[in-house]
Design a protein around this ligand. Structure first.
Ligand code: ADP
Length: 252
């Protein structure tokens, strides 16, 4: 904040101040609307698992004693919906924490190694081939928050595996003073219109498919927030039924 000292009758200064003030009011209003939407979307997302849990608990209460065969189905559903709620609340917390610059712990990290770690755990989890083209001679070290960076890359590679069947490729390039990491899949791809919303909180192209795969629609919003905290950008290039390339660019 800077104190404004106005000279009397200086019209330029007054109009400049008015513009700055109005821009600030617009930003506050935009943030207020964003928060309001987040709270309403979050409650909507939590309502589904809560109502599933409730109806199975009621079923158990009403019929559980006479019909023990419903026991397994009901407890399975209750457990998986509670897991889902737990995952959702954890992700919402991560998203909120990432808004705050103070929660970032910058240190020198070997980003090439982080990518290898992500690839190792996801290729094991999905039993899939994930190729890594490291197009620089040596490993790259940047100033970053290790666990957040790991998380951002994990989200992109995890999505590439989740939304495609074939080999996933990760490519790391050194472009002048920038580092570019591409995550490439040959999966279902996204239309122009879908690409516009892909980083919005809770946005999912196919809710049922995402839900089945344990998705919350928060992954890309978290990834975007983390990359922004590092002064970088994440963008997508995609074509329907051809695949997608998500690129993170970071200052070195
Ligand atoms: P989710 O938890 O649902 O995966 P994300 O925020 O990570 O949430 O992604 C939002 C939506 O974007 C997904 O539900 C999916 O529809 C779409 N999406 C993300 N990554 C890809 C990809 N690599 N290919 C196709 N669609 C994708």
């Amino acid at each position: 904040w800077e104190k404004l000292e106005l000279k009397r009758n200086n019209k330029d200064e007054i109009s400049e101040m008015q513009q700055a003030y109005n821009a600030m009011i617009d930003r506050i209003e935009e943030n207020r609307q964003k928060q309001e939407r987040f709270v309403s979307d979050a409650s909507h997302e939590l309502r589904t698992p809560i109502s599933v849990i409730r109806s199975y608990a009621e079923l158990l209460q009403r019929r559980g004693k006479d019909k023990p065969e419903i026991f397994d189905e009901a407890t399975d559903a209750i457990l998986s919906e509670s897991d889902r709620m737990q995952h959702l609340t954890e992700q919402m917390l991560i998203l909120a924490k990432n808004e705050d610059q103070e929660n970032v712990l910058f240190e020198q990290v070997n980003i090439s190694q982080i990518v290898r770690d992500v690839i190792r755990s996801l290729s094991t989890a999905y039993q899939r081939e994930i190729k890594f083209y490291h197009e620089t001679e040596q490993d790259i070290t940047i100033s970053a928050d290790r666990s957040k960076m790991h998380q951002a890359l994990y989200i992109l590679v995890d999505n590439a595996c989740k939304y495609s069947e074939d080999t996933v490729i990760v490519r790391m390039q050194d472009i002048q003073d920038q580092l570019a990491i591409d995550v490439i899949d040959k999966g279902e791809g996204l239309s122009e219109a879908e690409q516009q919303h892909i980083f919005d909180r809770f946005y999912r192209v196919d809710k049922a498919r995402s839900r089945k795969a344990g998705g919350t629609g928060l992954g890309l919003a978290i990834c975007h927030g983390i990359v922004q905290l590092h002064g970088g950008k994440v963008h997508i290039e995609s074509q329907m039924n051809q695949g997608s390339t998500f690129t993170i660019t970071l200052p070195k």
